[in-house]
Design a protein around this ligand. Sequence first.
Ligand code: MG
Length: 304
Amino acid sequence: MFRDVAVILDERFRNLVIPTARLEKLAEGCRWAEGPAYFPAGRYLVWSDVPNDRMMRYDETSNAVSVFRAPSGYSNGNTVDRQGRLMTCEHGNRRVTRTEHDGSITVIASHYQGKRLNSPNDVVVRSDGSIWFTDPAYGIDSDYEGHKAQSEMGGCHVYRVDPQSGDIAVVADDFVRPNGIAFSPNEKRLYVADTGATHVVDGPRHIRAFDLTDSGSLTGGGVFATCTDGLFDGFRLDEAGRIWASAGDGVHCYDPGGTLLGKVLVPEIVANVVFGGVKRNRLYICATTSLYAIMLPVNGARTF
Ligand code: MG
């Protein structure tokens, strides 16, 4: 049971995987698959193939795989906002955008205090309409995932875009390389990954947890979990507040207290995940060259 599919590290994980479920490979041929976003109204998934400067689309009804957008501005993280619109982090254009219902693209954030962002990496939208994103420098480090450039910002921060004014504020400035970002189901907690170990010896390879005040600022920020294999990049939460996080050997599942419950094993380094399917019980997994999925007995947190 569970052979080759899951590793159970805590008995509670036995109920979080389906013994007969198998990891399905849905697409291949990417260089670095990232940023999955699921659109329930159309039953399709969009994701980024960052070095190939394109976004891909997987149709859940036909299993068809096609190019969604190319060039994509070296897109990375994607999400769906509260109105069902695609939100995209673009390394190459160094901005966060929203694709409107008519297909036009609106720039949400490109500068802070007159300086260009580094290369936005991942984004999430809260139910109050605020947009939260991370801005490490992976898209300007070289020409591989964007365009090589010096950082104007001089740091890698976490930002919040106000839903009314559109103003951009730094909400955390003590990260080495902020990366994946997601809220708890009640939106009172914000989790942010730091992949600073890519640039700093013994640097961070963890997820931090912040509490939100009523005014929307962050408190806390202690380490929630440290990755035991590779790095945490993107992650999503299920309805019970468990975190399903990307890692070197697959997807690691943590309970809300920070205990590693188990793993879904994946044969490539995982960059990001998202819950999809009409019941949000199919975990889509972007892993290096491929897109995978696995059915789970749990449902993703409702995010819109
Ligand atoms: Mg990322």
